[in-house]
Design a protein around this ligand. Structure first.
Ligand SMILES: [Zn+2]
Ligand SMILES: [Zn+2]
Length: 210
């Protein structure tokens, strides 16, 4: 088990070499999840899966403490804008949601009375506060299919509309067509039609398909 100081250093290293209170919170959350689920973390396999409810600093802390990462396909961001995460032991299917105690910010002052401001108070206090004062935790069950999110290695189809590859069974079927979600449900982007900087191959694909 990696000690807190080392985890905080590792987190700061992937965070422009500075430490902030939310990274500390993330490290404490990940470590707490390991205690509650009785898992040795950070993991070097894919047993633990994390749903994290915000992006940003918190995630860097959770990544180093747990070994869960988007790049390992053991982390999903569900962006509720909340300092919270659900940790799932994929072997036992036990899931625990951990979130910042609503009093944690106010209590930080008591644990770091000499800190020059609130930010520094939180930075120091979050490292020493007992887990049950810093965090709350609750057993939960998932309402989404973790098996579907993880999917299977090697799955690949081609979207009938845009011609792009889709992996991990993320396609949808509409009236007999296999479509990517962007084509089926609308994308987060819109193509700039005239003289955009796409290459000719992509342009020709779009032209062929009208
Ligand atoms: Zn930060
Ligand atoms: Zn498509």
């Amino acid at each position: 088990m990696t000690d807190l100081k080392t985890l905080l250093e590792q987190s700061a290293n992937c965070h422009y070499h500075h430490l902030c209170p939310r990274q500390v919170l993330g490290v404490r959350m990940g470590t707490y999840a390991g205690e509650l689920l009785d898992l040795v973390l950070p993991q070097s396999d894919k047993r633990l899966f994390a749903f994290v409810e915000t992006d940003g600093c918190l995630i860097d802390g959770i990544v180093v403490a747990t070994g869960c990462a988007v790049g390992h396909r053991t982390m999903h961001v569900i962006d509720y804008g909340k300092s919270a995460a659900t940790f799932v032991d994929t072997e036992t299917e036990r899931a625990i949601r951990v979130w910042a105690h609503p009093q944690s910010r106010a209590r930080a002052r008591e644990y770091a009375p000499d800190a020059p401001d609130r930010w520094h108070a939180q930075l120091a206090a979050y490292q020493v506060m007992p887990a049950n004062e810093l965090l709350l935790a609750q057993r939960v069950t998932l309402t989404v299919s973790l098996a579907a999110i993880i999917s299977k290695h090697g799955l690949r189809v081609v979207c009938d509309r845009c011609g792009e590859d889709i992996i991990n069974a993320r396609e949808v079927r509409v009236d007999g067509d296999v479509l990517c979600r962007a084509c089926a449900q609308g994308a987060y982007y819109a193509v700039v039609t005239q003289h955009s900087t796409v290459n000719s191959y992509q342009l020709s694909v779009h032209c062929e398909r009208g």
